[in-house]
Ligand binder design. Structure first.
Ligand code: NAD
Length: 235
């Protein structure tokens, strides 16, 4: 039970990687506050589901006022709106920045200081292989995911300044079969699988295990780090 007596808050928890992370955390003894824009597609003991749009600053602020403790925050909510930059609408750019980047800021602004008062915590943000290497048609998405590295390294410094044991890290998954890949043609997914050293796409549980490691005390000396979980892929 690696997360016994820990409270975790996971965003984008209704399905996909968020759901896998919630399930893995609960298996290891955590109590989970699971938030998403849409209702959870599952029910689990020790999980409370909440409707929350991470882009709604006032709603996030009100929501966090009612929470006493968060030991682990997983910033997982994310979207894509893909197009070559010359074809990208301003709305596509703004939506992705708002969810993937502003959404993380909106939560950490409150939960980082809460963790400083607690004296401990682990903040994990889900970035992407696309943030590490870039990808055609994803400049908005790549911009947000690369930004998470700078933010996390900065927050790793800021939140540990007064001796608090707060670690801030990112996970950069490769291509993992969830709904976010629904718009990508199968031939391209096959190509991405061949581009990995392991010759396959990833499973949501493999990302959940990476989050478990960074959320648990097993990673107690790891902060300001990016953990690539992509089967050895270089885009
Ligand atoms: P998904 O589309 O299956 O799930 C994303 C979840 O986020 C959904 O439940 C959705 O409702 C929620 N969400 C979207 N906007 C929200 C908002 N404003 N407020 C609250 N919740 C919101 O996608 P996924 O594959 O599970 O992706 C999870 C994270 O992992 C994302 O940040 C994504 O960028 C990242 N990622 C995924 C992959 C992959 O291949 N699946 C690869 C790299 C990174």
């Amino acid at each position: 039970m690696r997360l016994e007596n820990k409270v975790a808050l996971v965003t984008g928890a209704a399905k996909g990687l968020g759901e896998s992370i919630v399930r893995r955390f609960v298996e290891e003894g955590a109590e989970v506050i699971a938030v998403d824009m849409t209702p959870l597609s599952y029910e689990l003991e020790n999980v409370t589901g909440h409707i929350l749009d991470v882009t709604n600053r006032d709603a996030v602020c009100d929501f966090i006022k009612d929470i006493e403790t968060v030991d682990i925050l997983v910033n997982n909510a994310g979207i894509t709106r893909d197009a070559l930059v010359q074809k990208m609408t301003d709305d596509m750019w703004d939506q992705v920045i708002d969810v993937n980047l502003n959404g993380v800021y909106n939560l950490v602004k409150h939960i980082g200081p809460m963790m400083m008062k607690q004296g401990q915590g682990s903040i994990i943000s889900i970035a992407s292989v696309v943030g590490e290497f870039g990808n055609v048609g994803q400049s908005n998405y790549a911009a947000t995911k690369s930004a998470l590295y700078g933010l996390s390294k900065t927050w790793a410094k800021e939140f540990s300044r007064k001796g608090a044991n707060i670690r801030v890290n990112t996970i950069s998954p490769g291509y993992i079969m969830t709904d976010i890949l629904k718009t990508i043609p199968q031939e391209l997914l096959d190509k991405f699988a061949k581009m990995t050293m392991l010759g396959r796409l990833g499973e949501p549980e493999e990302i959940a295990n990476a989050a478990l490691f960074l959320g648990s005390d097993e990673s107690s000396y790891i902060t300001g780090h990016n953990l690539s979980a992509n089967g050895g892929m270089r885009l």
